[in-house]
Write a protein of this length. Structure first.
Length: 244
């Protein structure tokens, strides 16, 4: 009976996530329709002198407008990481997309909503961002915008001695990442192994285009923001080494 309730709660959370993202994506599309570039890079993109994100990464340019990403990658996907929580029916914690915090003032409590989002195209480009606002939907919108300004190109490959197919289904070699008290080790896995990680970590791996990977985590992994940031740090470090 408890398992059925947990499945029902998970489906409810997924439904809420999709509804919130659908509303935010519609708002982003409306902003793109009336976009007027404010930076040099934005003008180059708008004039179609730069046609893809790979050119931006190769030239080492910094993205300062989220509309640049929307213009070049209209199919960019986003996932909300469940960082909030409320008492569950079985006595545990039911994870929610929005974390609500309260601060005492003379006039009473003031509530703030926080959201943590992962964006990516599923082909080696991924970013993370955290947003805060008075309303949950605005927090999600801010988080998506920040994630698009924090994109990295993930180096993919097949570094597993058990596979050696030469494809891009995993990572090329073992790498470590750190954020706060959380440390992670990302290890290449053979084709077919899948994502041997938690459900929330699967979101960043799927959007990064990684299909097979093993991960060892140390520290307070219950702090999901630090956990995802540690993995993001590890993915960024894949470009620190050159291979033949």
């Amino acid at each position: 009976m408890v398992d059925e309730e947990e499945v029902k709660e998970d489906k409810e959370m997924e439904k809420i996530e999709k509804e919130e993202l659908a509303v935010v994506e519609e708002k982003i599309e409306a902003k793109l329709a009336s976009w007027k570039p404010k930076t040099k890079l934005g003008r180059l993109v708008f004039e179609k002198k730069i046609t893809n994100l790979d050119e931006i990464f190769e030239k080492g340019l910094k993205i300062k407008e989220p509309e640049i990403v929307d213009f070049l990658e209209p199919g960019m996907k986003s996932e909300i990481v469940l960082i909030g929580g409320r008492p569950g029916k079985g006595g545990g914690i039911q994870r929610t997309p929005i974390r609500i915090t309260a601060k005492m003032h003379r006039s009473g409590r003031r509530y703030t909503s926080s959201a943590f989002v992962v964006v990516g195209n599923g082909r080696g480009i991924v970013g993370i961002g955290k947003g805060r606002a008075k309303e949950g939907r605005l927090a999600i919108e801010k988080a998506i915008e920040k994630a698009k300004l924090n994109l990295i190109k993930v180096r993919r490959g097949c570094g597993s001695w058990e596979c050696g197919c030469g494809g891009e289904h995993s990572i090329p070699f073992k790498v470590e990442g750190k954020s706060g008290s959380v440390k992670v080790k990302l290890m290449p896995a053979p084709r077919g192994a899948g994502l041997v990680v938690s459900d929330e970590v699967k979101k960043i791996m799927r959007l990064a285009g990684i299909e097979d990977v093993w991960i060892k985590s140390f520290g307070n992994t219950g702090m999901r923001i630090n956990h995802i940031q540690a993995i993001f740090d590890g993915l960024r470090k894949l470009h620190s080494y050159k291979t033949g």
